[in-house]
Design a protein around this ligand. Structure first.
Ligand SMILES: Cc1cc2nc3c(=O)[nH]c(=O)nc-3n(C[C@H](O)[C@H](O)[C@H](O)COP(=O)(O)OP(=O)(O)OC[C@H]3O[C@@H](n4cnc5c(N)ncnc54)[C@H](O)[C@@H]3O)c2cc1C
Ligand code: SF4
Ligand code: SF4
Length: 405
């Protein structure tokens, strides 16, 4: 636990150190104007779960996934507590102003270099769980589940904020708290609709749990480092380990009925697994396998993903993905000192196998390409540093086909 304790101590030291920074006065009013109404809001729920006055609402439902103000005193676009000095929501927002710089500096002591399209990292590995059940239940190599179980067994965390499903619908994602091995395994695998895992923080608080891991896409895992850097205070303290999921986009829940069922006759309740590897892949109960062209799925892209620049979950301790030639390994990007400590101990304990990811040249190329594609979505009028180093799209030469990825 040495490193995570050091992280907390560092936070405390930073909080009391004399810093000559501009006073942070930004509140809901600025968040609403600059993030929520401009399309930068991803719906990560960071502001919702950290609001000390509980005045930010959120509906975890199709077409919503966006925060709104509950108190009507000053209208939807202002907050009475903000007017009196509360600034927690902007301190927690991983899309407000210089968010990338804030999280980079806090985690790595520097900002990314222009060529670091996938963020800053220490090790690139391919990993998989050695335990057969963990490996089989996992989406790729079962690494994330193996790590959560290991973190619990080794007293790094008490529970994890993950994505479960509704009791009556195996594909309707919902944020849940996993407190033990069984609950981790029951929530393994990927759902490709949105799940604001930070919302499970409320349940953790109710249960008095204070040592947590957050599993989530980049839009969610940038929130704790941003909070730490902007000194949001005790709200950022329960997040002791941050596990990122690589992500190009999520889809609206309507894709199940409006595309998969209406056009291909594939009923949600008969699906057993899905994956995205160049196409939307679906495995059915009757043993059949289907691939649907991603271009067809495009119109069901969730609104909150359309300006998202972070494919590689660049501010997690460890980020994970499924790109590469092998289906049953997890691409594992070890970013922080704490992440490195944990992965080295997991390898030494024999709970995962690992090999250098550089062996898989296709995966390495895809990681860079997909990171660039996501960064190109970041609007020109928004914080410019996010687009530093992003190469312009290649011009199509007339009469040639675009290069396939
Ligand atoms: C919406 C989404 C999009 C993704 N897109 C890509 C991609 O484009 N390229 C790529 O390489 N990898 C992508 N991934 C990551 C990949 O699918 C795997 O999650 C990752 O490789 C880890 O695999 P694993 O076997 O180690 O994880 P597992 O052991 O299966 O654990 C996965 C963890 O993810 C959580 N989870 C599942 N669904 C969601 C969700 N919707 N929201 C939040 N948490 C969730 C689970 O609760 C579990 O804790 C995506 C994942 C998600 C959820
Ligand atoms: S990006 Fe997240 S923290 Fe920022 S406004 Fe949207 S939901 Fe809130
Ligand atoms: S693309 Fe992925 S990481 Fe980005 S906002 Fe959407 S879900 Fe979040």
């Amino acid at each position: 636990m040495a490193t995570s304790q050091r992280r907390l101590e560092a936070m405390t030291v930073t909080e009391s150190a004399p810093v000559k920074a501009e006073r942070w006065t930004h509140q809901w009013k600025e968040l609403y104007e600059e993030v929520i109404t401009t399309g930068l809001c991803t719906g990560c729920a960071g502001c919702v779960v950290t609001c000390p006055h509980d005045v930010i609402g959120y509906e975890h439902e199709e077409g919503k996934y966006i925060p709104f103000h509950i108190e009507e005193e000053l209208g939807l676009d202002n907050c009475i507590h903000g007017e009196k000095g509360c600034t927690t929501c902007t301190r927690a927002c991983p899309r407000f102003r210089k968010w990338e710089e804030a999280a980079d500096t806090h985690l790595f002591g520097r900002t990314r270099e222009p060529e670091e399209m996938s963020g800053i990292w220490r090790q690139l590995l391919l990993t998989r769980a050695t335990d057969k059940v963990q490996h089989e239940k996992g989406q790729d190599g079962g690494f994330v589940s193996a790590m959560l179980i290991w973190l619990m067994e080794n007293d790094y965390i008490e529970a994890a904020l993950v994505s479960g499903v509704e009791p009556d619908d195996a594909w309707k994602a919902k944020p849940v708290l996993a407190r033990n091995k069984e609950e981790v395994l029951a929530t393994a695998g990927s759902r490709y609709t949105y799940c604001a895992n930070p919302l499970a923080l409320r349940e953790a608080k109710e249960q008095g749990l204070t040592k947590l891991a957050l599993v989530g896409m980049g839009c969610q895992t940038s929130s704790p480092p941003v909070m730490w850097d902007r000194k949001a205070g005790k709200v950022g303290k329960p997040f002791l380990f941050n596990i990122g999921l690589l992500c190009s986009k999520t889809f609206d829940d309507a894709i199940f009925v409006e595309l998969f069922e209406a056009k291909y006759g594939l009923k949600k309740q008969d699906m057993v697994k899905m994956n995205i590897k160049g196409a939307f892949q679906i495995w059915m109960k009757d043993g059949s396998f289907h691939e649907i062209n991603l271009k067809e799925c495009h119109q069901w892209t969730r609104q909150g993903c359309k300006s998202c620049p972070d494919f590689a979950a660049e501010h997690a301790d460890i980020s994970t993905g499924g790109i590469g030639k092998d289906n049953d390994w997890t691409l594992t990007i070890v970013r922080t000192e704490l992440g490195e400590e944990v992965i080295n101990r997991m390898i030494a304990d024999g709970v995962i196998e690992s090999r250098p990811a550089q062996e898989d040249e296709v995966a390495m190329k895809l990681l860079r390409t997909l990171s660039i594609v996501s960064r190109r979505r970041w609007p020109e009028w928004a914080e410019a540093s996010v687009s530093i180093g992003v190469p312009p799209p290649k011009k199509k030469v007339e009469g040639t086909e675009p290069a396939a990825h």
